[in-house]
Design a protein around this ligand. Structure first.
Ligand code: NDP
Length: 314
């Protein structure tokens, strides 16, 4: 059997055991152990660590480490906490997660598109009023981010007959998606979007991306869905835009602080829908199979899957 694989986490012991079971089932030929179960000699030989919110000090106990496989899709915390620890990071790219996220984008787009927040308010006020119906093919959904998740979301939205536009760092050619990049491209995307969906990673470039100026560029009555990371949207600016009536509604799955504190003013707002970071949960079974596949290729060929570009931040 090759050197053991270290499982390095700061998740709860119960969750750690469930993950270990799933990973071991996916890799019967490997020995996967939590760090505390490895002897000093074994730690010194470890080449691969599977990580879920690891303590950087734990990883530093593995002097032969060649690469780290994360179990989450977002890597901003790994990149910032492992700034001075120069080991390649592989993040989770799982088609099942893309499918789940695309489903969530479609579900909450329909929620906004079919005026469900307004009808909920009308019901509360015992008000019978039919709002104008606007067709899906007259409604533009703007996707910030056309990566694994954004591309999958674009596909589902197109199936729903929505007009789809997307913005990415590098220009993209995607059938049926009007694609933009750069600052001018971002402005054009904002100006065309009825529903703006945030699916970019949190990096130094995207922190605070959706601020007062950019919200003002959206069409009056537009809505926002943030399924990426809280700090990409400036909360105070979001609230001001909702207060002014420029933005109609926001669906938020991610926040500056999670769990969202009970005293947060966001909870009480009828123009904000709060979700507890649930738009695309990691599927342990498919995630473990992806990790297993990547490790099998490494064992066979020494090749790593695409790694996180630390300078880019994702
Ligand atoms: P990818 O890396 O596959 O895609 C990221 C996209 O964002 C790419 O199109 C990239 O452009 C674009 N992008 C990055 N930086 C910029 C920038 N500065 N300007 C313009 N475009 C930019 O990531 P995923 O699609 O897999 O995931 C996106 C994020 O979703 C994750 O980082 C994570 O934070 C979040 N997430 C949230 C979950 C939830 O449950 N709420 C679950 C899973 C992920 P380019 O294509 O040119 O590189």
């Amino acid at each position: 059997m090759p050197q053991p694989i270290a499982f390095v986490t700061r998740i709860s012991p119960e969750e750690e055991q469930v993950w270990l079971a799933a990973l071991r089932q996916a890799m019967p030929g490997e020995r996967i152990e939590s760090l505390s179960s490895l002897t000093r000699e074994e730690r010194e030989a470890v080449e691969i660590a599977i990580v879920a919110n690891p303590d950087p000090a734990d990883l530093k106990q593995l002097p032969s480490l060649v690469w780290i496989h994360g179990l989450w899709a977002g890597v901003e915390r790994l990149v910032s906490e492992l700034e001075d620890f120069d080991v390649p990071i592989v993040r989770l790219v799982d088609p099942q997660m893309s499918h789940t996220m695309a489903e969530a984008v479609l579900a909450w787009t329909y929620y906004l598109f079919r005026d469900m927040p307004a009808y909920a308010r009308q019901q509360r006020d015992r008000l019978w009023a039919q709002l104008d119906y606007k067709r899906a093919d007259e409604t533009t959904v703007g996707l910030l981010g056309l990566g694994a998740l954004g591309t999958a979301a674009a596909g589902r939205l197109k199936e729903g007959s929505f007009r789809v536009a997307g913005w990415s760092r590098t220009p993209k050619v995607l059938e049926g998606v009007e694609s933009f990049s750069g600052e001018d491209g971002l402005n054009a995307l904002l100006e065309t979007s009825d529903i703006l969906v945030c699916l970019v990673p949190l990096t130094p470039q995207t922190r605070g991306l959706i601020d007062a100026g950019r919200l003002a560029r959206l069409k009056p009555g537009a809505s926002l869905i943030n399924f990426a990371r809280g700090p990409i949207v400036v909360t105070a600016d979001l609230l001001a835009s909702l207060d002014s009536g420029h933005l109609a509604h926001a669906v938020l799955d991610v926040f500056d602080q999670e769990p969202l504190p009970a005293e947060s003013p966001l909870w009480d707002r009828p123009d904000i829908t709060i979700l507890p970071h649930i738009s695309a949960p990691t599927d342990r079974r498919t995630a473990s199979a992806i990790v297993a596949g990547n490790i099998a290729i490494y064992r066979e060929t020494g090749a790593l899957p695409p790694t996180v570009d630390r300078a880019r931040g994702y």
